[in-house]
Design a protein around this ligand. Structure first.
Ligand SMILES: Nc1ncnc2c1ncn2[C@@H]1O[C@H](COP(=O)(O)OP(=O)(O)OP(=O)(O)O)[C@@H](O)[C@H]1O
Length: 242
């Protein structure tokens, strides 16, 4: 279980405010929240890319600074850089070397599964964004890290790849756990055990389905005023800037 105790992060303002939460094993937890609410900062703090201002993060008894913690987590950030000078295969092998239980002998099968067979030995500079995402997903799966954290993991993936990836992740749930930032309603509806809402520096469990979540967002994010603005703009209302 990933356990977060009293996590705070301050830049100029306090973005994460004394968050204590746990993400259970073998389940899918999805974090939602408006742009700029702190979701990426939260995942970055968990994996140690950003230093929390306060708080502790554990997997079982392993602190997030420990090697054991790092071996148990695979993070796919939304903004990632892959080294252009490596081939897809070289990159995967490089990443998997960090993970003691990685399935290195399955790389070929997974390049085939993700329609990357032809690209396997080509430089990453020739990969499209979606192809690079697929490489990250293959690495996450084959790492055998028990916890996969993903920031907008499904963004930029085509319909078929999204479907295959959800099926794959579902098949792995007997021994893997997922903590995902996503606003994809299909993911929230069909591939999610727990929804967490990031708002005003807090991360709170949301008990409801995707449609109730949408209703909650419509209520809380002053969407009504914005829709009024759009309607006035679309009808050439002269007072639109007021
Ligand atoms: N390195 C930084 N220095 C200062 N402020 C930062 C830094 N990184 C993020 N922030 C601020 O922290 C807040 C939270 O940013 P963060 O990227 O975590 O939000 P988010 O919920 O992931 O947003 P989005 O949905 O747009 O990806 C924002 O106000 C952002 O401007």
């Amino acid at each position: 279980m990933i356990k977060i105790e009293h996590l705070s992060k301050k830049y100029k303002r306090l973005v994460l405010n004394d968050i204590s939460v746990s993400f259970p094993e073998k389940q899918v937890s999805v974090i939602v929240g408006i742009n700029g609410s702190g979701k990426t900062t939260f995942l970055d703090c968990i994996v140690g890319l950003k230093r929390p201002s306060d708080g502790q993060i554990w997997i079982d008894s392993h602190h997030n600074q420990s090697d054991t913690f790092k071996e148990q987590v695979f993070y796919i950030p939304s903004d990632f850089y892959l080294p252009d000078y490596m081939t897809g295969n070289e990159y995967i092998q490089f990443v998997l070397a960090r993970y003691p239980n990685a399935d290195r002998d399955k790389v070929d099968s997974f390049f085939e599964l993700y329609d990357l067979k032809e690209a396997k030995n080509q430089l990453l500079e020739s990969y499209s964004f979606g192809m690079k995402k697929k490489v990250q997903i293959i690495a996450a799966v084959l790492s055998n890290a028990p916890y996969v954290l993903g920031d907008e993991l499904f963004n930029g993936l085509d319909f078929e790849t999204t479907l295959i990836t959800v099926k794959l992740f579902q098949a792995l749930l007997s021994h893997r756990s997922f903590v995902l930032i996503s606003h994809n309603m299909t993911i929230i509806n069909h591939f999610c055990d727990h929804i967490f809402l990031m708002s005003n520096g807090k991360l709170v469990p949301f008990t409801g389905d995707a449609s109730q979540l949408e209703a909650e967002v419509l209520r809380t994010e002053s969407v009504h005023d914005k829709i009024t603005f759009i309607q006035r703009y679309a009808t050439f209302d002269d007072n639109v800037s007021e």
